[in-house]
Design a protein. Structure first.
Length: 413
């Protein structure tokens, strides 16, 4: 006799508008159909609301959340002003907070942010921790602790990230090696911050070498500046192909792309396609952004990230990916119904592809990380961008009262 499901979601509306029941056993989707067996241990009535895979945030500087009150707004002004020509200056101004980095206060800040993620159905996060001679390994230690604390609720990939560079920040390379040994999941990079082209290439090579040593993927912030001559996205894509690691490198920001000549950009898109490089865009926190529509038209995988929560680069944010997609719909002028569907993909399936998540989705054999929304379709979900009515992580209903208590200090900050 086949085992009865642990949990059944009844009256669930899929994105194709079909009403189904979803059976979950041992944290895995084991049945999808109408009127499933009623002997399950527990039930969730979706009431005809949309049920989809949980939301995915492939880009969050989790070690920096709620640090804006610790500094002036000078970095924020530099990052957003002058067509982003002073983005490098913003990085330098933002670094002041790291003089006081300590896991003792980073952990509770990060805990609140991840609890908010759980409340908003954001169950997968690629979380960056600065690694340099100022931050040392404090951010890494804090995020590794948070990763374990939320295991089974929110899945966190910790990124060792040399925010201030590798060669303009002597000693950062050794700290990056230590961060990966401690247990970081992803090698981060930011080659555009280096002083010249040779240093940028060496930065990229170092990151891919380190990733190869640990069997890790790579996430790089690329060309996050208003300079049409900055071409580190091109450098990274060529490195991916040369090393045969197609599909294992994620490109973030790529804002200079907005200034590239069309003929060069067309060649770049072909290169990205060959390297299977996905692009994360965060259009809500900078005046320039990647050419999202053009990339999508060229079948390049593009997704959206929260990026920041009340830090030197963005003063708002709450790990609500529906809110991120809502903002992106205006900033990117993606307002047709089909574009709303694409935006929803960019915070679910496309983001999951970018992060190389396994067994993600709404299908048999997929891990049961799901959201049950009050709204019945994507358009209404984006319109209201409210928290899901029910969040299911690894087959269990998330205790929202507990998450709300953990997030309480962040709410209304």
């Amino acid at each position: 006799m086949s085992r009865l499901p642990d949990l059944v979601i009844t009256n669930a509306r899929t994105r194709s508008r079909e009403i189904v029941d979803i059976g979950i056993t041992d944290g895995v989707i084991t049945a999808i159909g109408s009127r499933l067996q009623t002997g399950a241990q527990s039930f969730v009535d979706a009431r005809g609301g949309l049920v989809t895979p949980a939301f995915v945030n492939p880009h969050l500087h989790l070690c920096k959340v709620w640090t804006l009150p610790m500094m002036s707004e000078a970095a924020l002004a530099a990052y957003q002003g002058g067509g982003m020509s002073e983005a490098a200056k913003a990085v330098e101004l933002a670094a002041v907070v790291k003089n006081n980095y300590d896991a003792s206060w980073i952990v509770p800040n990060a805990r609140r942010a991840v609890a908010l993620a759980a409340l908003h159905g954001n169950l997968h996060i690629r979380a960056f921790a600065d690694v340099d001679t100022k931050a040392r390994l404090e951010g890494i230690k804090a995020l590794l602790a948070i990763r374990e604390e939320f295991r089974g609720i929110v899945d966190i990939q910790v990124v060792a990230f040399p925010q201030d560079g590798l060669f303009r920040e002597p000693g950062a390379d050794d700290l990056m090696r230590k961060a990966m040994t401690l247990g970081a999941d992803i090698v981060g990079g930011i080659p555009w911050i280096e002083a010249d082209e040779e240093a940028r290439r060496r930065h990229i090579d170092f990151c891919f070498d380190l990733a190869a040593q640990h069997g890790a993927d790579v996430s790089m912030l690329l060309d996050d500046v208003g300079d049409a001559n900055m071409r580190t996205l091109d450098m990274m894509a060529r490195a991916v192909i040369a090393r045969g690691v197609e599909g294992r490198a994620l490109a973030h920001h790529c804002r200079a792309m907005a200034l590239y000549p069309d003929n060069y950009f067309r060649g770049l898109m072909a290169l990205l396609g060959e390297a299977r490089v996905s692009v994360v865009s965060n259009p809500h926190n900078g005046p320039l952004h990647a050419r999202v529509k053009d990339l999508l038209a060229a079948d390049i995988n593009v997704c959206l990230g929260q990026d920041d929560i009340s830090d030197a680069y963005y003063p708002l944010g709450r790990n609500n990916m529906l809110e991120v997609a809502f903002l992106a719909s205006h900033l990117l002028w993606m307002t047709a119904k089909s574009e709303f569907e694409t935006l929803y993909d960019m915070i679910t399936t496309r983001a999951a592809t970018a992060m190389n998540l396994e067994r993600y989705g709404l299908g048999l054999g997929c891990t049961a990380n799901l959201v049950v929304l009050d709204q019945g379709d994507v358009t209404e979900a984006l319109r209201f961008h409210n928290p899901p009515r029910v969040v299911i992580s690894h087959g269990r209903v998330v205790n929202t009262d507990r998450m709300r208590a953990l997030a309480q200090m962040a709410v209304g900050d």
